[in-house]
Design a protein around this ligand. Structure first.
Ligand code: SIN
Ligand code: FE2
Length: 210
């Protein structure tokens, strides 16, 4: 795995306010429609079975899931309903084309719902075959403190407050940086009907043949 650069800006981009309020509302409507069909599930750590604090669902041909028995992986069906995931909203595919130079579309859009006090521990997205593809993530609802670290867990981090409508691209070498969400500014936004923050993370999983 290539090293995460000292210069954290290499391959990392933050687009504040990329989505208008109207677009944010329409993405939230798409999430609400999606989870009617593919309900939020509680991901669990492999081995211990401890729950992650966020609940999840997915859009797209593949979805990221995590459980005690089989660990972290992508699969085409919801773990409980066994049905396909809902289709990826076109607006997200358009965003991927506009912000990345990657020749194939993303296959998975993970939906993370952060409620009061929820966090995301430091990790590297590492379950994809094609690490040349960037990871693109959309913030909706309450702001969050995103922390971008280095190639090793526990090193120095840079905090970036992400607001509703912001987009982050982790491409190039920043693809291999530890990152986390250390805090949700709960209640600062009214966009999410039941409160909190929705994060949409788009990823290419399989190698792109194009
Ligand atoms: C993640 O890296 O998995 C989530 C990032 C975020 O919620 O902004
Ligand atoms: Fe991540």
């Amino acid at each position: 795995m290539p090293a995460c650069p000292q210069d954290l800006r290499q391959g990392f981009a933050h687009y504040p306010g990329y989505f208008s309020l109207q677009e944010q509302q329409s993405l939230i409507a798409a999430v609400r429609a999606g989870v009617q069909h593919a309900p939020f599930f509680i991901p669990r750590m492999p081995g211990t079975g401890a729950p992650l604090s966020v609940v999840m669902s997915n859009f797209g041909p593949l979805g990221w899931v995590a459980d005690k028995e089989k660990g972290y992986r992508y699969q085409g069906a919801h773990p409980k309903t066994k049905q396909d995931w809902p289709a990826m909203p076109q607006r997200l595919l358009d965003m991927w084309d506009a912000l990345t130079a990657y020749p194939c579309p993303p296959e998975a859009c993970l939906i993370n719902w952060y409620r009061e006090g929820n966090k995301m521990g430091a990790h590297i997205d590492n379950d994809e075959q094609d690490a040349r593809a960037p990871v693109v993530s959309v913030s909706l609802g309450d702001p969050a403190m995103f922390r971008l670290g280095g190639p090793k867990r526990g090193g120095p981090t840079q905090g970036i407050k992400l607001f509703s409508g912001d987009v982050v691209v982790m491409g190039g070498e920043s693809r291999f940086c530890y990152h986390s969400v250390s805090r949700i500014f709960y209640g600062e936004s009214t966009l999410v009907p039941r409160g909190g923050r929705i994060n949409l993370t788009l990823r290419r999983v399989n190698l792109c043949q194009a």
